[in-house]
Design a protein around this ligand. Structure first.
Ligand code: HEC
Ligand code: HEC
Ligand code: HEC
Ligand code: HEC
Ligand code: HEC
Length: 489
């Protein structure tokens, strides 16, 4: 710092002598300079190797440092004014700023220095705010900074087809008004986390979610929707041999072809004849009325004939009626935060070979261990290891000797399934968040397509299997259709 006491400063730096005069200004100068240097060094490093930073470093770098930089900038003139005010009180008139005189070299130098400093500051602030906004929108900020709260959604997300789509692309979407709205509710959420008043689990459905057609259709537009989808589902039985059973379906996904709407998507996304419904359980699982618009201002109403007891599911806001027009998330409510049931998760792990089907009763024992495990991850992991290891040691001692690596891998994957799907702190357990696609594990499509919703004329919402899919094989050991197609086997 050039200071009048430090001998003879270079003439160009003489204006700096005004900065060193009082503590506030000096502190401001130090804060601004050091945060600016840190930011610039970090950007240089980032340009050389673009690795994601640790979430807490991100908070410091993208949000706090630019703040320190601005505070420092404000302290510099603030200190000068304060200093002048103090001296004035004492009746001293000091040359705290150079006299505005265009002939005075010191004044000209001061103007030059301020111009350069302002330019540099604007550049740094500009870069920092672009980066700050980018950071606020990153999956890392949404998913990891509020670590405990968003952990279940972030974990499921990393394991999904959307793991390269950022949270904000579905939760906020394009446009300034949704951005501002979400940042305001974000501030409320930060307080809820700080004060520990957030709900566990985070309530789902998300009431203020932006209409899905404005977000999902950025990437999946109706004209692009698929015709039929060939689906092969593999399940393992709970017998000693873990017999593999295969179901083969052709799903009539459909969409818009030309002016026509076809199949599942077609019927439900036809803008001329939208479908709406009333749900009563706060979770959109129990549906009392369905309306089908006829496109001419009229409506067909289907009423539930027998009312199931609509007790609100755990974690749901209190029981209340909600009228809603169907969009993507009424079927795809878990496009990226899919929580698996134990049977399905073990089937998947066995198909991928992570739990070996060679282990006798692998399916049955892994599912039992998962269902019995309780509590935080470390505790559950220990329970799972004990239960599986004890069982195999007692029942298949030979296997434990010969196939130890296979067993160890199975234990590890079973623990991982628990960690991905259960969050003790956030009170997420098996089935907390139902999946609305299909009808095997949760009501899903059969919330309406159940032959129980009828018009006054007695017309039902169809449960005809062939309207939604052609079933080519149901839980068969060696489906002929796959052999004929030359797949599997
Ligand atoms: C592909 C789109 C998509 C992406 C990407 C996405 N979400 Fe979601 N998210 C959804 C949908 C759809 C719902 C459920 C909406 C409903 O049923 O009302 C949801 C629900 C949630 C919920 C409410 C609780 C629950 O499980 O239903 C939280 C919390 C959440 N998301 C956080 C995140 C975070 C954090 C990220 C980024 C790491 C993220 N989301 C990325 C679509 C997405
Ligand atoms: C930023 C682009 C983007 C947005 C926004 C987006 N998706 Fe996707 N979606 C993708 C990509 C990329 C894939 C993966 C395609 C693949 O794996 O072939 C995908 C895959 C899917 C799949 C197929 C999943 C599977 O198991 O194969 C579904 C269903 C889906 N998205 C639904 C949605 C829904 C519902 C929303 C809105 C809540 C949404 N997407 C928002 C890009 C997006
Ligand atoms: C009536 C329920 C329903 C609605 C509403 C719906 N979908 Fe789907 N969608 C399905 C079903 C069922 C499938 C096939 C399921 C599967 O792949 O397992 C599917 C499949 C998809 C796929 C994957 C296609 C493929 O070939 O893998 C995408 C992407 C998708 N939907 C996006 C959307 C978007 C975007 C919207 C909203 C504009 C939407 N869907 C609305 C039921 C629905
Ligand atoms: C909120 C209620 C509701 C839900 C949930 C729902 N549907 Fe529908 N669906 C309807 C109504 C209403 C119709 C129109 C009935 C008609 O045309 O007679 C319909 C029509 C259809 C049709 C056309 C049937 C035909 O006769 O051509 C298909 C296919 C379909 N739905 C598939 C699905 C699938 C797949 C799901 C689950 C992923 C689903 N629906 C979930 C209400 C619903
Ligand atoms: C309203 C549409 C609809 C109707 C009606 C319907 N299904 Fe389905 N079904 C689906 C969807 C969607 C899936 C899910 C496919 C997926 O998970 O990818 C499915 C999946 C299945 C599966 C595979 C389950 C699994 O995951 O292993 C079977 C078996 C099945 N349906 C049988 C039937 C039978 C039998 C009927 C007639 C009584 C029927 N379905 C009626 C929409 C329907």
């Amino acid at each position: 710092m050039a200071n009048s006491e430090s001998g003879k400063p270079s003439p160009w730096l003489t204006p700096l002598h005004y900065l060193g005069r009082n503590w506030l200004t000096l502190a401001g100068t130090v804060l601004t300079t050091s945060s600016a240097i840190t930011l610039v060094v970090f950007w240089a490093r980032e340009m050389m190797h673009n690795k994601p930073v640790n979430p807490y470093a991100g908070m410091v770098l993208f949000l706090m440092l630019p703040g320190v930089f601005v505070v420092g900038l404000l302290l510099i003139p603030g200190g000068l004014l304060w200093d002048r005010f103090q001296l004035k009180k004492k009746g001293i008139h000091a040359d705290l700023v150079p006299t505005p005189d265009f002939k005075s070299p010191i004044f000209l130098r001061a103007v030059g220095l301020i111009a350069v400093a302002t330019f540099v500051n604007v550049m740094i602030l500009g870069a920092a705010s672009v980066q700050g906004v980018e950071y606020l929108d990153s999956a890392q900020f949404c998913g990891q900074t509020c670590h405990t709260v968003m952990n279940p959604e972030h974990t499921a997300y990393k394991d999904s087809p959307h793991s390269r789509v950022s949270c904000v692309e579905c939760h906020i979407g394009p446009g300034a008004s949704w951005f501002v709205q979400s940042k305001l509710s974000g501030v409320r959420q930060v307080f809820a986390v700080a004060l520990n008043t957030y709900s566990r689990p985070i309530p789902s459905p998300v009431e203020q979610l932006r209409p899905a057609r404005e977000t999902c259709e950025q990437c999946h537009w109706p004209q692009k929707f698929h015709g039929d989808k060939f689906v092969v589902k593999q399940k393992y039985s709970e017998d000693e041999a873990n017999t593999l059973l295969t179901t083969v379906l052709v799903l009539k996904v459909g969409g818009r072809s030309g002016v026509d709407y076809k199949g599942i998507h077609g019927r439900h996304l036809d803008v001329a004849a939208p479908i709406s419904y009333v749900s009563t359980d706060g979770r959109r699982q129990v549906i009392s009325k369905v309306f089908l618009s006829d496109g001419k201002g009229g409506k067909i109403e289907y009423d539930a004939q027998t009312k199931p007891d609509a007790k609100p599911a755990e974690g749901a806001k209190k029981e209340k009626e909600e009228l809603r027009t169907m969009d993507c998330v009424d079927c795809h409510n878990r496009p990226t935060h899919k929580f698996w049931l134990p049977e399905r998760a073990v089937d998947r792990a066995m198909t991928e070979g992570l739990i070996s089907p060679k282990i006798p009763f692998a399916k049955k024992k892994a599912v039992e261990a998962l269902k019995a495990a309780k509590g935080p991850q470390a505790q559950a992991a220990a329970q799972i290891a004990t239960s599986l290891n004890d069982y195999y040691r007692k029942t298949y001692p030979d296997l434990v000797q010969k196939e130890k690596p296979l067993l160890d891998a199975a234990v590890k994957e079973t623990q991982a399934i628990y960690a991905r799907n259960i969050d003790d702190h956030m009170r997420i357990t098996w089935g907390t968040h139902p999946e609305n696609i299909g009808h095997e594990d949760f009501p899903g499509c059969f919330r309406c397509h159940d032959d129980n919703h009828k018009t006054s004329a007695g017309k039902v919402i169809t449960q005809d299997c062939d309207k939604c899919h052609t079933i080519l094989a149901t839980e068969e050991a060696n489906p002929k259709i796959l052999k004929d197609l030359g797949i599997g086997g």
